[in-house]
Design a protein around this ligand. Structure first.
Ligand SMILES: Cc1cc2nc3c(=O)[nH]c(=O)nc-3n(C[C@H](O)[C@H](O)[C@H](O)COP(=O)(O)OP(=O)(O)OC[C@H]3O[C@@H](n4cnc5c(N)ncnc54)[C@H](O)[C@@H]3O)c2cc1C
Length: 396
């Protein structure tokens, strides 16, 4: 078979992972990224065992090992009182049960690891300053148009261009984004800047009335990552890098635990953005063109699975394209295989967002009571509930 050529729209986590998976299978790959440089924003990611399985398969783990932090546990606590609702042990348990670690990492470190691995592939290239404006299907493949005027052809075109995907909009019509009524905060600060008031070195979900926060450790444990999500209707800008004011973040979380307010006070840059929901797409495929990651299935961050789903997509897509010359059929099999799983994760993410925001005492009792009892009675039972998500293996 002659070397096949893949064009990938977008050099985020999904696009790079897909490029890497295809290049490792012998494809000639070009990743087109609109940004002038390959950089990622300062924020943390939790990578569950199903995501680590993909990174190991792609040979990325040794490249990011020093940047990983493996928390002892994931906890749910009340943001104001610090009362612990449940604790799910992770360190050691995750490896035993799901075959991989549950880790936390800075997005930039994961992005760098993927980029390094991709650049080590002789048949892969990354082009920056390459903003795509649309695509056209042609005989034997598809071409994208770049804002600068070029046209780039591939036997397959993968739209990994994120939540506001140009490829998706052309394929499925205008984006039907709906504001969720939730606004997110994010910041990363060095642990050393927090004195005795650092959040515990676990993954902690802090719940409260109409809001929740998550604290994790990144950069090998040396930095705290804070994400806060607040129900709020008067602010609707969507974008990762919109600066927010510390005073406003303190208005939202000022009466929560000192280990959280200390992070906000020590922050040298807060970012704030509105969260939008998008209904599942009718189709991810248009002949030799498909979608991947947030472009295909954007989700709320409340299950910490968006990047992990993009990683899974990447290897499943590469597997489907292996040993076949019928690209359109392979893409349909990829969509059919992935859709039920990602739709379930999208639904759960939306449900979690509501669960962490219980406003009434009764609501809190009804929601958190059974969780508290279950985690005290049997850790195995709670772990078992995560099997469908963390135990997934892309290679069967
Ligand atoms: C607060 C928050 C916390 C999160 N935490 C987690 C977590 O803990 N774990 C987890 O797994 N996920 C998490 N996620 C989700 C995760 O960040 C996303 O799902 C993931 O980044 C999606 O990757 P992607 O490659 O599909 O899209 P993106 O990361 O958005 O990458 C898309 C790329 O395409 C480029 N692009 C866009 N348009 C064009 C164009 N026209 N031409 C060329 N290039 C273009 C962009 O510049 C970008 O580089 C979180 C999300 C949020 C908001």
């Amino acid at each position: 078979m002659t070397t096949r050529r893949a064009v990938i729209a977008g050099g985020g986590i999904g696009g790079l992972a897909c490029g890497l998976a295809l290049a490792r299978n012998g494809w000639d790959v070009e990743v087109l990224e609109q940004a002038p440089q390959m950089t990622e924003v300062g924020a943390g990611l939790q990578i569950s065992p199903n995501g680590m399985a993909v990174l190991e398969r792609l040979g990325v783990v040794p490249l990011i090992e020093d940047a990983l932090f493996e928390p002892e546990a994931i906890e749910l606590r009340m943001g104001r009182s610090n009362r612990r609702v449940f604790r799910l042990p992770m360190k050691g348990y995750a490896q035993d049960r799901w075959g991989q670690r549950f880790v936390q990492i800075h997005r930039a470190d994961l992005h760098n690891g993927l980029l390094q691995a991709l650049r080590a592939q002789a048949t892969a290239r990354v082009r920056t300053n390459a903003k795509i404006t649309g695509y056209v299907r042609e005989r034997g493949g598809a071409s994208v148009y770049l804002e600068r005027g070029d046209r780039v052809f591939g036997d397959v075109l993968v739209g990994a261009d994120g939540v506001r995907s140009v490829i998706r909009n052309q394929m499925n019509g205008a984006d039907r984004a709906r504001f969720t009524g939730q606004v997110a905060w994010r910041t990363v600060v060095p642990v050393a800047a927090l004195g005795d008031d650092a959040p515990p070195p676990y993954g902690v979900i802090w719940a409260g009335r109409g809001k929740h926060a998550v604290t994790t450790r990144v950069r090998g444990g040396s930095h705290v990552n804070f994400v806060g999500i607040v129900e709020q209707n008067d602010w609707q800008e969507e974008g990762w890098s919109i600066p927010g004011k510390r005073e406003d973040a303190l208005k939202d979380f000022g009466d929560w635990q000192p280990c959280l307010t200390s992070v906000l006070r020590a922050s040298e840059g807060m970012f704030r953005w509105a969260l939008f929901g998008r209904p599942p797409l009718a189709s991810w495929c248009d002949g030799p063109v498909t979608l991947l990651g947030d472009a295909a299935h954007p989700m709320l961050p409340s299950m910490a699975q968006g990047a992990v789903m993009a990683l899974e997509d990447a290897v499943v897509l590469a597997d489907e394209l292996e040993h076949t010359s019928d690209i359109s059929q392979a893409l349909l099999r990829y969509e059919g295989g992935r859709k039920p799983r990602v739709t379930r994760v999208q639904d759960r993410s939306a449900r979690n967002a509501r669960m962490f925001h219980q406003r009434s005492m009764l609501g809190q009792l009804m929601t958190y009571g059974p969780m508290a009892i279950a985690s005290r009675l049997s850790v195995t039972t709670v772990h078992r509930q995560q099997d469908w998500i963390y135990g997934y293996k892309s290679d069967g």
